[in-house]
Design a protein around this ligand. Sequence first.
Ligand SMILES: Nc1ncnc2c1ncn2[C@@H]1O[C@H](COP(=O)(O)OP(=O)(O)OP(=O)(O)O)[C@@H](O)[C@H]1O
Ligand SMILES: [Mg+2]
Length: 351
Amino acid sequence: MEVARIVLGLEEHDVAEEVMHFLDRTGRARVVATALDERQLAEAVRQLEPDAVVAQTGLVAEGFDGRPLLALETTESVRTLRRAIRLGAAGYFVWPHEREALATAAARARRPAEIVAGAPVVAVLGASGGVGATFVATHLAAMAARRGVETALVDLDVLFGGAGAALGAPVTEVPTAADLVGFGPEIAPEATRALLWRHPEGFGVLLSPGRIEPDLGPATYGRAIAALRQAASFVVVHLPREIGPLSRVGLAAADPVLVVVRLDVTSFRDARRVLESADLAERARIVVNRAARAEVTPADVERAFGRPPIAVLPVDRRVPRLQDRGALLPRRGRIGRELDRLARTLLAGVP
Ligand SMILES: Nc1ncnc2c1ncn2[C@@H]1O[C@H](COP(=O)(O)OP(=O)(O)OP(=O)(O)O)[C@@H](O)[C@H]1O
Ligand SMILES: [Mg+2]
């Protein structure tokens, strides 16, 4: 297996040692030089041409010619987060809590195609049928738009077009992903944006054609997502339940992946299977939907998945009625507030 070559830039020698040993031990990344100040760092990057630079933002004056920068700080702060964004960092990690995520990102730097700077992408996947993946994906896009963030929702549920129906999108006389095919391999961000259907709440939706289009495959969707990361500030990908080649394109671009579960044993079992089979363990965040009083509690989520749920959405009788009419919940009320909070959490760091 190929190993990513990393140049490390950290002022504190002890922390640098720890990070170096940790990354080396993963076997997927190797630290080829450690720099303690800005000048040394620039020099090491110039001479060694690493796959990625892992450094605290204070040591970086500007980007490294398209080489991915993984910002690493020992304390989280808005100041360094903003700085990382301004520098076009491909990731921002807090040492030591987020070291696993750092290791994954560092290893991925070996394949430059996967690290393309742009808007964050969040994918939404239902662990079992009917858990509310469509509900969560559509409302996440709406809540982000209501917060004033330029948002694009990509419906990868190609055959059923679940997101379009849940949003009341027209079925004729409207552009869909099928129109991407005409663009060939070069899809400009603006051209892709022009193919979005504008929801009245202000976000754009790349509607699915609702039928299988022979030429509309994973490669086209992959390019469309990459283009939308340039054209929008936040991208939500609505995945079908089956993890096929299309889903994999959405999953490859996304961090995090929201896995929607219900508080029952079957759904938990399905979710664990999804996490394992799609190699999502680190990027997965659990969203509990339709929570009522049940035998399984949110605390069990932590026991089962090693992480607490990122959101717990209560069961609400209005949801099916609204969704059937293609309408959205308001921001107020218990479930609306929870959805808004989820959007706020995921938008941290988005300008
Ligand atoms: N929190 C909730 N409270 C009440 N009903 C809900 C809630 N979330 C979703 N529903 C309803 O449950 C049904 C399934 O939801 P949804 O279509 O979003 O699930 P899905 O995971 O996308 O399903 P599928 O596997 O069919 O694509 C819908 O009728 C929806 O309105
Ligand atoms: Mg659905």
